[in-house]
Write a protein that binds this ligand. Structure first.
Ligand SMILES: [Ca+2]
Length: 457
């Protein structure tokens, strides 16, 4: 509020210059006091719309950051977010790998509605987020936000129908799922680094380039509401560490790496998040900014997913349950832990609600902020996931403490409140519950299939 008031005086000072002296005296006495009164008493004038920063990690293990139990990786920036915000312990990714979760985040709807249920590859030319789908970027842009994305898109391979076409004023990053951190090429050797809609070449470690762009964006847009989306490519393979620019990868070495390499990559991302937080400090934006950190899917072979079972690209908890930290100084209770169930597309609905934007299609996510207040009553939710790939067919439902999994012909039921590792199948002890969750899944699937607008993979 104070900043806006100061901005108003400053603009007034510029407008009422010496060349308008005779008019300015009158205006100063009659209009300015009136404007100042309006700014103080009118709620929408008095409060700027909050900035929204969403930082997304890639393929990170559930226990790979200190707030979620990491012992061999230092994450001071994420520790700070947890200390100053809310840590969610029942938060899920929309999908078990990159593309579906990002489709859910961009649209605020089940990714099945746009036919993006599995990670796309550059050979899947027709598999992309349709331009007919309103994204969070477009909705916030229409609500007056500056919109910037610095990182990984993975929702199609045509730059003409990429982030800029979907509502981001600014984009710097990659379209594919992973690139060499130094050469910025996909593993086939295809260059994959863009600034806006132009292919570019830059020297530098990808994580640092993205951080630099995000910090610069905050500085340039500090005086207007902004939506900043930073989907880091860390800690996805190739596992290249900072400060090793001669370590250019080939197909033969693309997947090489150790736990130590992975840790260094993650710590560099945390350092970048620290720079973003510092920029918000420097511009005194913490009271005006919701900062969210989450991950697109469970970890891979170098990750620590404990205590969750299995990993990325499965519907076991290790594939879909992810960390989520939210900070909004003065608006969310600092240093608290919430067991409220949440899912990636809730972040979209939260952003849309904060921006007072109008979703052109009904959102499947919900605004989390009222549910994260101290002593807020938990809201019951039901989440659904589906994998239908050659060699892997899974369905899953999470409702309350229960997790239903169907893998091929096998049905399993777990009580996550006592068995977060999904070790004790209760399917035969709770037959009615299994029937109920199976029926809910069938109903959800029927509803989703009626609304699918994208090109199915
Ligand atoms: Ca991923």
């Amino acid at each position: 509020m104070i900043r806006q008031r100061e901005g108003g005086q400053k603009n007034g000072g510029r407008y009422f210059s010496a060349s308008h002296f005779s008019v300015s005296g009158v205006l100063r006495q009659s209009v300015l006091p009136f404007l100042l009164v309006l700014i103080f008493v009118h709620p929408t004038w008095a409060q700027r719309k909050p900035n929204i920063v969403i930082i997304l990690a890639d393929d990170m293990g559930y226990a790979d950051i200190e707030p979620y139990g990491a012992k061999d990786i230092r994450t001071p920036a994420l520790n700070r977010l947890a200390r100053e915000g809310v840590k969610m312990t029942n938060f899920y990714a929309n999908g078990p790998n990159c593309t579906p979760t990002r489709a859910g985040l961009m649209t605020g709807r089940w990714q099945q509605r746009v036919g993006l249920e599995w990670a796309t590859r550059p050979t899947d030319k027709r598999s992309e987020l349709p331009l007919s789908e309103p994204t969070v970027a477009r909705m916030l842009k229409e609500a007056g936000y500056a919109t910037g994305m610095f990182g990984k898109w993975h929702l199609g391979y045509a730059i003409a129908r990429g982030p800029v076409a979907h509502g981001f004023d600014e984009f710097f990053g990659l379209l594919t799922g992973n690139v060499d951190m130094y050469s910025h090429q996909y593993r086939t050797g295809m260059a994959d680094l863009y600034d806006g809609t132009a292919a570019v070449e830059r020297d530098g470690y990808l994580t640092d380039l993205l951080t630099e762009k995000a910090v610069d964006f905050i500085g340039r847009h500090k005086d207007q509401p902004f939506f900043l989306y930073v989907p880091y490519n860390a800690v996805h393979w190739p596992f290249q560490t900072p400060g090793t620019p001669k370590d250019i990868r080939t197909l033969a070495t693309w997947f090489d790496g150790t736990r130590k390499d992975y840790a260094l990559m993650l710590e560099r991302m945390d350092w970048g998040i620290g720079q973003i937080l510092k920029a918000l400090d420097q511009h005194k934006l913490n009271n005006d900014t919701l900062v969210v950190f989450t991950n697109d899917n469970g970890g891979e072979r170098l990750s620590d997913n404990r205590p969750l079972f299995h990993h990325k690209s499965t519907l076991w908890e290790g594939g879909i349950r992810v960390p989520c930290l939210l900070r909004w100084t003065g608006k969310l209770p600092a240093g608290t832990v919430s067991s409220q169930m949440g899912i990636t597309m809730d972040l979209t609905a939260t952003a849309v609600a904060l921006a007072n934007a109008r979703p052109a299609k009904p959102l499947d996510g919900i605004n989390l902020l009222p549910l994260l207040q101290r002593n807020a009553k938990s809201q019951p939710r039901t989440f659904y996931w589906r994998i239908n790939q050659p060699g892997l067919a899974q369905k899953a439902v999470r409702e309350g403490q229960w997790k239903y999994v169907q893998e091929g012909e096998n049905e399993l039921l777990f009580d996550l409140s006592r068995d977060i590792g999904e070790r004790h199948n209760l399917r035969y002890q709770r037959d009615n519950l299994v029937k109920d969750l199976r029926a809910k899944f069938t109903k959800w699937e029927a509803e989703i299939s009626q609304s699918t607008t994208g090109l199915t993979q």
